[in-house]
Design a binder for this molecule. Structure first.
Ligand SMILES: Nc1ncnc2c1ncn2[C@@H]1O[C@H](COP(=O)(O)OP(=O)(O)OP(=O)(O)O)[C@@H](O)[C@H]1O
Ligand SMILES: [Mg+2]
Length: 255
């Protein structure tokens, strides 16, 4: 299945005024492709993911899930702020999506426990989110999406609020987890290093209203490790992407 966005535009209404968030955004994500979306703050990245998840309807354009009968795949979204329910334990949070789909308790837990173990959370399954570190909450948020085995995985800066070292560890883990289960992934970030480390392709959006400004292919072989970040080719690509992103970021900073 491929994900195809055709000329998506969306404007919000804020106190009677139209606020254009996305304008004519088109791109495709191939069957096993990891696409990163980079863009300055407020350019519509979260809005775009919500449209892909079916949580928002664009006013113009459409999303097609090519090769998927019914055009209605199982998507899972990892939210920018982890999105855990504070009144549920880690285990309840991670298995919530399965419960909603009517999966019985034994199967829910059978699917969740190996993932919790792998993410270093098996001793915290009965803890509540406020009892976890930020990194642990982010990992639980990731697991909640992974456990449903979604056909399309949507991630909104899942590591943005982490310190640099924890972020590296989790990026490394994510590379390994995704290696096992190829599927279309759209991963929003404003970290160029992260986009190059994780992505097969990077789409750069302009400042709001977000439009596709450019696209970069990342050809480092997989499985990738963090070592790729120390290669000259990585630095060259980072320079190219920054040159494209810089004007958009500066225009947001001037506002
Ligand atoms: N529910 C909403 N109602 C009104 N305006 C909104 C709403 N959600 C987002 N916006 C506005 O739409 C624009 C795009 O927001 P969005 O959250 O998609 O940006 P973003 O690229 O994800 O930003 P960031 O990098 O800071 O997360 C912003 O100007 C924001 O203020
Ligand atoms: Mg956002």
């Amino acid at each position: 299945m491929q994900v195809a966005c055709h000329e998506i535009s969306l404007a919000y209404r804020v106190r009677g005024k139209r606020l254009e968030a996305l304008s004519d955004v088109s791109f495709r994500v191939a069957e096993h492709e990891f696409v990163c979306v980079l863009g300055p703050s407020g350019c519509g990245k979260t809005t775009l993911l919500k449209i892909l998840a079916g949580l928002l309807q664009p006013q113009r354009g459409r999303v097609d899930f090519v090769g998927r009968p019914g055009n209605n795949p199982l998507t899972a979204m990892v939210f920018q702020d982890h999105g855990l329910f504070p009144w549920m334990t880690v285990l309840q949070n991670v298995t919530f999506g399965l419960e909603m789909r009517g999966v019985g308790r034994d199967e829910r837990e059978g699917r969740a426990f190996p993932l919790l173990e792998r993410a270093g959370l098996s001793r915290f399954t009965r803890n509540y989110p406020h009892e976890l570190s930020i990194g642990m909450k982010q990992r639980a948020g990731l697991l909640r999406a992974f456990v449903t085995d979604p056909e399309v995985l949507l991630m909104d800066e899942p590591f943005a609020s982490l310190d640099a070292q924890t972020k590296l560890v989790l990026q490394d883990e994510l590379l390994r987890m995704l290696g096992d289960v190829p599927r279309p992934v759209v991963y929003v970030t404003h970290d160029i290093d992260e986009a190059i480390l994780l992505g097969d392709r990077i789409i750069v959006l302009t400042a709001r209203p977000g439009r596709v400004q450019g696209e970069f292919r990342v050809t480092f072989p997989r499985p990738r490790t963090l070592a790729v970040m120390h290669t000259p080719a990585f630095a060259d690509l980072k320079g190219l992407i920054w040159r494209q992103l810089e004007e958009a970021v500066r225009s947001v900073a001037r506002q």
